[in-house]
Design a protein around this ligand. Sequence first.
Ligand SMILES: Nc1nc2c(ncn2[C@@H]2O[C@H](COP(=O)(O)OP(=O)(O)OP(=O)(O)O)[C@@H](O)[C@H]2O)c(=O)[nH]1
Ligand SMILES: [Mg+2]
Length: 318
Amino acid sequence: MDMETLYRGIREGRRRAVARGLSWIDEGQARGNDLVGRLFPHAGNAHVIGITGAPGVGKSTLVNALTLQLRRNHQSVGILAVDPSSPFTGGAILGDRIRMQDSVDDGGVYMRSLASRGHVGGLSRATFGAMTLLDAAGFDVVLIETVGAGQAEVDVMRFAQTVLVVLAPGLGDDIQAIKAGILEIGNIFVVNKGDREGSDRTIRSLRSMLGLAHPQAWVPPIIKTSADRGEGVEELAQAIAGHRTYLVEHAIWGQMREHQAENLLEQALQDIAADIAKDRRLQDTWQKSVSQIREGQPAPHFARELMAQWLKATAEGE
Ligand SMILES: Nc1nc2c(ncn2[C@@H]2O[C@H](COP(=O)(O)OP(=O)(O)OP(=O)(O)O)[C@@H](O)[C@H]2O)c(=O)[nH]1
Ligand SMILES: [Mg+2]
């Protein structure tokens, strides 16, 4: 499939085109980047919601329940499962697929896992590309599930408009162990497994910890859910809609779009740097630069020199 056909298919929301485009992006190749660049102007309508939290707290179950709720509200939903911890086995992802069956059979839902073939930075780039694609394909909501609570998650969540941090009593609920970083990125906190003993205690300690954080215009609500029974999920959907309203009213929604455009520009600059490093026409200069830097010459000088030569060679080649 060529770029043009693929692009049009995605814009029409065709599932095969969406699947193919997501593969291009997940593979981290140049054509995937080009595709994202073309689709970006048509994105910006979807509400991108990140769902993160410790393993086993019920994120996938919650995604499933939330998807059903959003479908009831007549919204279409794209789902991305990001799993940097198991890029090869795919075992966890397969489990998620089975659990998400309810939603997968529905035409208004599209689910996909990102394999994170590269390093962590590549994962966040692929996630950004994938959410842009689903957005441009017309999905009203894009849900992104990531496991854990490390830097990789914070990175991936950077482009979500609303971040749900999920906790559960008895599992990853040791509030003291929650990194400050994860509290900061949460716009809504979900205490799942509300049917289990100790959930109210988890809510209380979470509330007091959040109270210690800097006061902000948006006070993150804490929602108790039992995702496997769908309890509390309607309330959660309302809180999510409330956060969207807040973002729009405070002009933050628009700022985020600008931030995304900036990110694309940064990525494009990084790509140029990578192209320069690989460019055979510059091999001699490259080698000479390396040895002179070893002798103690300043690297930025040679970087500028390489850039200048590359621009010249590229202009001549066109
Ligand atoms: N009791 C109870 N169990 C739940 C609830 N929600 C999910 N579970 C169970 O918790 C287990 C883990 O659920 P998942 O949805 O896979 O959790 P996850 O956070 O996606 O897990 P990872 O993706 O592996 O990090 C499953 O056995 C679910 O059935 C709930 O509200 N109450
Ligand atoms: Mg999961």
